[in-house]
Design a protein around this ligand. Structure first.
Ligand SMILES: *[C@@H]1O[C@H](CO)[C@@H](O)[C@H](O)[C@H]1NC(C)=O
Ligand SMILES: *[C@@H]1O[C@H](CO)[C@@H](O)[C@H](O)[C@H]1NC(C)=O
Ligand SMILES: *[C@@H]1O[C@H](CO)[C@@H](O)[C@H](O)[C@H]1NC(C)=O
Ligand SMILES: *[C@@H]1O[C@H](CO)[C@@H](O)[C@H](O)[C@H]1NC(C)=O
Ligand SMILES: *[C@@H]1O[C@H](CO)[C@@H](O)[C@H](O)[C@H]1NC(C)=O
Ligand SMILES: *[C@@H]1O[C@H](CO)[C@@H](O)[C@H](O)[C@H]1NC(C)=O
Ligand SMILES: *[C@@H]1O[C@H](CO)[C@@H](O)[C@H](O)[C@H]1NC(C)=O
Ligand SMILES: *[C@@H]1O[C@H](CO)[C@@H](O)[C@H](O)[C@H]1NC(C)=O
Ligand SMILES: *[C@@H]1O[C@H](CO)[C@@H](O)[C@H](O)[C@H]1NC(C)=O
Ligand SMILES: *[C@@H]1O[C@H](CO)[C@@H](O)[C@H](O)[C@H]1NC(C)=O
Ligand SMILES: *[C@@H]1O[C@H](CO)[C@@H](O)[C@H](O)[C@H]1NC(C)=O
Ligand SMILES: *[C@@H]1O[C@H](CO)[C@@H](O)[C@H](O)[C@H]1NC(C)=O
Length: 428
C-alpha cells in the first residue's frame, strides 16, 4: 500500500466510522423520521393563529422540545403524548395522526378544530386517552376507533358528531370513560355495549338517540354513571333490570320521552342522584327506602299518582326532593323535613307544587333552613297551612321556584360523581 493510498484509506475509515456512529450509535437521540413527517403534516392541517406551534420546524421534535410533544425512547425517539389543549387551534385533524404509533395520549381538548375524526386514529393501538372534546368536529364516529385495545378514555363530548355509535365499540373492553354528550349522535344505543366490562361512566346526554334503553346494560358490572338526558326514546320504558345495577351512583334520564312505571330503584345500594324529570312516567312511586347516599330525587313533570311515600323521610344526605307537576294526592308526611332537621345535615329543598295534595301529616313547623314549595295544591286552601303556600303576593314569586338557586335538579352535581377529564401533565 503506497503512502497516498494508505492516507486515502485512513480518511475512508474515519468517514465510515462517523457515518455509522451517526446512523447507529446516535440512533436513540433522534425522532423516528416517519413521525417527524407526520407531525409536520399535522401542523399543516391545523390553523394556529397564536403561533403556538412556532417551533415545530426547528430541529428534532423530541430533542428540541416541540411544544406539546412528549417522547419516549425505543431505538428511535417516539411521540408518546401530544398535548395541545386550549391552544386556540382551528383547521382540521390530519389523517397522518395515525402514523404516531407510539402515542398514548392525544389531547386536542377545547380548541376550535373542525372537520371529521380521522379513521386512521384507529391504527394507534397504544392509545390510552383520546381527548377531542370541546371542538367543532363533525361527521360520524369512525368504526376504526373500536379497534383500540388499550383505550381507557374516549372524550368526544361538546362537538357536533352525528350518525350512530359503531357496533365495533363493543371491542373497547378497557374503556372506562365514555364521554360523548352534547353532539348529534343518533340511532339506537347498541345493546352489545353491555359487554364492556370496564365501563364506569357512560355519558350520551344531549344527543339525538332513539330506540330504547337496552335492558342488557344492567349487566355492566362497573357502571357508576348513566346519563342520557335530552334524547328521545320514543315512549319506551325504563327496564326493570336497571334495579340490579349494583355500582350505580347517578342515573339521569331527564326529558327522554320515557313512559310506564319506574323500576325498584331502592335495590341500588349507593344511588346518590336520580333525575327522571320531564318524562311521561306514571303509576305510584315505590314505597321502599332509597339508598342513604341519595342527595337528589328529581321526578317532576311526570304523571305519578298515589301518595308520597313515608320512606322519603330521614334520608341523611338528601338536598332536593322534587316531584312537582304530577298528580300525587293524600297527605304529605312532614317527617320528610323534620327527621332530616334533627340530623342537621344541611339544607333541604322540597318541591311539590302543582299536585293534588290535601294535607300535611305531623308537625307543621318548618325548620329554618329548609324550603318547601307547595303552591298549586288543594291544601293551600286550608287556612292552617297557607304559610307553606306563601302569601298572595309572594305566591307569584314562589310559583316559579327559586330560579338561580341550588334547588334546580339540573344544577345539583354531587362533587365525586361528575366527569373530570384528567388534566394532562406539564406541556413539554
Ligand atoms: C391505517 O388506517 C387506515 C384506515 O383505517 C388503513 O387503511 C391503513 O392500512 C392503516 N395503516 C397501517 C400502517 O396500519
Ligand atoms: C350539528 O349538526 C347537525 C346536522 O348533523 C345540524 O343540523 C346542527 O345545526 C349542527 N349544530 C351545530 C351547533 O352546529
Ligand atoms: C379484552 O378483550 C381481549 C380480546 O378479546 C382479551 O384478551 C382481554 O382479556 C379483554 N380484556 C378485558 C379487560 O376484558
Ligand atoms: C349540552 O347541551 C345542552 C342542550 O343543548 C345545553 O343546555 C348544555 O349547556 C350543554 N352542555 C354544556 C356543558 O355546554
Ligand atoms: C334526529 O333524529 C331524527 C330521526 O330520529 C332526524 O329526523 C333528525 O334530523 C335528527 N336531528 C339531528 C339534529 O340530527
Ligand atoms: C301508564 O302509562 C301507560 C302507557 O301510556 C299505560 O298503558 C298505563 O295504563 C298507565 N298506567 C297507569 C297506572 O296509569
Ligand atoms: C311541566 O309540566 C307542566 C304541567 O304539569 C307543564 O305545563 C310544563 O310545560 C312542563 N314543563 C316542561 C319544561 O315541560
Ligand atoms: C312545573 O310546571 C310549570 C309550568 O306549568 C313550570 O314553570 C315549573 O318550572 C315546573 N316545575 C318544576 C319543578 O318542574
Ligand atoms: C288519590 O287518587 C286516587 C286515584 O288516583 C284515588 O283512588 C284515591 O282515593 C285518592 N286518595 C286520596 C287520599 O285522595
Ligand atoms: C289534616 O291532618 C291533620 C293531622 O295531621 C288532621 O287533624 C286534620 O283533620 C287533617 N285535615 C284535613 C282537611 O284532612
Ligand atoms: C338571583 O340572582 C340575582 C342576580 O342574578 C340576585 O339579585 C338574587 O338575589 C338571586 N336570588 C337568590 C335567591 O339567590
Ligand atoms: C339560595 O337562596 C338562599 C335564600 O333563599 C340564599 O341564602 C343562598 O345564598 C342562595 N344560594 C345560592 C347558591 O344562590
Amino acid at each position: 500500500m503506497s503512502k497516498s493510498t494508505a492516507w486515502k484509506f485512513g480518511i475512508f475509515v474515519v468517514a465510515w466510522l462517523c457515518w455509522t456512529s451517526l446512523s447507529f450509535g446516535a440512533q436513540g437521540a433522534i425522532t423516528d423520521p416517519v413521525e417527524v413527517t407526520a407531525l409536520l403534516a399535522i401542523k399543516r392541517s391545523l390553523i394556529d393563529p397564536n403561533k403556538i406551534l412556532g417551533n415545530w420546524n426547528r430541529g428534532d421534535p423530541c430533542t428540541s422540545s416541540w411544544i406539546g410533544v412528549v417522547c419516549l425512547e425505543d431505538g428511535y425517539l417516539h411521540v408518546q403524548q401530544l398535548l395541545l389543549l386550549k391552544m386556540g387551534l382551528s383547521g382540521s385533524l390530519s389523517p397522518e395522526l395515525g402514523k404516531l404509533l407510539y402515542l398514548e395520549i392525544m389531547d386536542f381538548m377545547w380548541n376550535s378544530i373542525s372537520g371529521s375524526i380521522p379513521m386512521e386514529i384507529g391504527n394507534i393501538t397504544n392509545l390510552k386517552l383520546l381527548l377531542l372534546n370541546g371542538n367543532k368536529l363533525t361527521g360520524t364516529l369512525p368504526e376504526e376507533l373500536g379497534y383500540l385495545p388499550n383505550l381507557e378514555r374516549i372524550h368526544i363530548h361538546q362537538n357536533n358528531i352525528s350518525g350512530p355509535i359503531p357496533v365495533s365499540f363493543v371491542n373497547l373492553n378497557k374503556t372506562k370513560y365514555f364521554y360523548m354528550n352534547n353532539n348529534s349522535i343518533s340511532g339506537q344505543i347498541p345493546p352489545e355495549l353491555s359487554r364492556l366490562s370496564s365501563l364506569v361512566h357512560f355519558l350520551l346526554d344531549n344527543n339525538n338517540l332513539s330506540g330504547y334503553l337496552p335492558p342488557q346494560f344492567s349487566e355492566l358490572p362497573s357502571l357508576v354513571i348513566l346519563q342520557l338526558d335530552n334524547n328521545d326514546f320514543g315512549g319506551t320504558t325504563i327496564p326493570a333490570s336497571y334495579s340490579r345495577m349494583s355500582k350505580l351512583r347517578k342515573l339521569s334520564l331527564r326529558n327522554c320521552n320515557l313512559q310506564g312505571k319506574i323500576p325498584a330503584l331502592s335495590l341500588i345500594p349507593n344511588l346518590g342522584y336520580l333525575d327522571l324529570s320531564l318524562n311521561l312516567l306514571n303509576g305510584t312511586i315505590d314505597g321502599q327506602r332509597l339508598s342513604e347516599a341519595i342527595t337528589s330525587i328529581c321526578l317532576s313533570n311526570n304523571s305519578f299518582t298515589g301518595t308520597i311515600p313515608v320512606s322519603f323521610s330521614n334520608l341523611p344526605r338528601l338536598q332536593i326532593l322534587s316531584i312537582a307537576n304530577n298528580s300525587l294526592n293524600g297527605s304529605i308526611p312532614s317527617t320528610i323535613w323534620q327527621d332530616r332537621a334533627l340530623n342537621g345535615n344541611g339544607r333541604l329543598t322540597v318541591e311539590l307544587q302543582n299536585n293534588k295534595l290535601s294535607n300535611i301529616t305531623g308537625d307543621t313547623n318548618l325548620p329554618p333552613y329548609d324550603t318547601v314549595w307547595l303552591q298549586g295544591n288543594p291544601l293551600c286552601s286550608n287556612t292552617n297551612l297557607v304559610s307553606f303556600c306563601g302569601s298572595e303576593s309572594d305566591a307569584e314569586n314562589k310559583n316559579q321556584g327559586p330560579t338561580n338557586n341550588t334547588s334546580d335538579c339540573q344544577l345539583q352535581c354531587p362533587p365525586p360523581y361528575e366527569p373530570s377529564p384528567r388534566s394532562p401533565k406539564a406541556v413539554h
